[in-house]
Design a protein around this ligand. Structure first.
Ligand code: C2E
Ligand code: CA
Ligand code: CA
Ligand code: CA
Length: 274
């Protein structure tokens, strides 16, 4: 039955077949990339408005492919998810981010993206425990970012998020307001932080639906006693508007691009001022 399925894909859906072939090619490269040292992490500051003091950093993975050059995570993370490679890759990401968190001065925290596939993996929580033990990181210095889509209607993923929360990690709902949004999720999924998606922040200075939604999301966060972080802030006008609305935390190129680990200490010493 499996073979017939494959055959059908090839006959009726060449574009799907091409996706599979590309996944296989990139996937094979990705498999060796960790061992070959082609991956590294960068860290983007999350700042407090209006002064721009860094309170946390988000860990973001980078891949420098020997032939293709920089492959963006928006390309290879989906491949890693489809092929299952996200499981070992995600473990490497978490370990590297934890090692970095140990070196950062308190109270700076590190926020790590975790994909849907990782959350559904039966060994995920055991693997997180092992990494926390081995790196000796204080869980209070660690957040995980999960998307609404990852936990929406998925009991396995929800159970993992609850277990992470029970271990003392903070939970951030990433890209909030996009994807399979359901405010009902906030009743069943433990959450500490709402990350309001860049698509809303982009239009915060115009008087349209995005500005209304950005305002409403802050009210929800406040009512539920959650922190709200505005993502993708690029202009001083956006930062001012967000601050005026009552947003306390922001992230975006205006404050800093994602930085290599070596640049983090300097950043803590000299906060970015807007
Ligand atoms: P995300 O989790 O929403 O991460 C934020 C993305 O927005 C990052 O892109 C960041 O560099 C970018 N960004 C931040 N500020 C600005 C801004 O002011 N303007 C613009 N135009 N972009 C901004 P990046 O690093 O390319 O990552 C893209 C996505 O790939 C991430 O979206 C996340 O979904 C995924 N990703 C990245 N690193 C990891 C990882 O370590 N693990 C997992 N599972 N996913 C990751
Ligand atoms: Ca994120
Ligand atoms: Ca995001
Ligand atoms: Ca995003």
């Amino acid at each position: 039955a499996k073979d017939r399925g494959k055959h059908r894909t090839a006959r009726f859906s060449p574009e799907l077949d091409q996706v599979a072939a590309e996944d296989a090619g990139l996937g094979a490269d990705l498999r060796r990339a960790v061992d070959a040292g082609e991956l590294h992490m960068v860290y983007q500051p999350i700042v407090e408005l209006p002064a721009g003091r860094t309170v946390a950093v988000e860990a973001l993975v980078r891949w420098r492919h020997p032939l293709r050059g920089a492959v963006p995570p928006s390309v290879f993370i989906p491949v890693a998810e489809r092929t299952g490679l996200i499981v070992p890759l995600g473990a490497w990401i978490l370990r590297t981010a934890c090692e970095q968190a140990v070196r950062l001065p308190a109270p700076l925290t590190v926020s790590v993206n975790v994909s849907a596939r990782q959350l559904r993996e039966p060994d995920f929580i055991a693997s997180v425990r092992r990494i926390l033990d081995e790196t000796g990181v204080d869980v209070a210095r660690l957040s995980v970012e999960v998307t609404e889509t990852a936990v929406f209607d998925d009991e396995l993923a929800l159970a993992s998020v609850r277990a992470l929360r029970a271990m003392g990690l903070r939970i951030a709902l990433d890209d909030f307001g996009t994807g399979h949004s359901s405010l009902g999720l906030l009743r069943i999924c433990p959450v500490d932080v709402l990350k309001v998606d860049k698509s809303f922040v982009d239009e915060i200075c115009a008087d349209g639906p995005p500005a209304v939604i950005t305002t409403a999301l802050l009210q929800i966060a406040r009512g539920l006693r959650l922190d709200a972080v505005a993502e993708g802030v690029e202009t001083p006008d956006q930062a001012e508007r967000l601050h005026a609305l009552g947003y306390r935390y922001a992230q975006g190129y205006l404050f800093s691009r994602p930085l290599p680990a070596a640049d983090l200490e300097r950043l803590v010493a000299d906060p970015v001022t807007v």
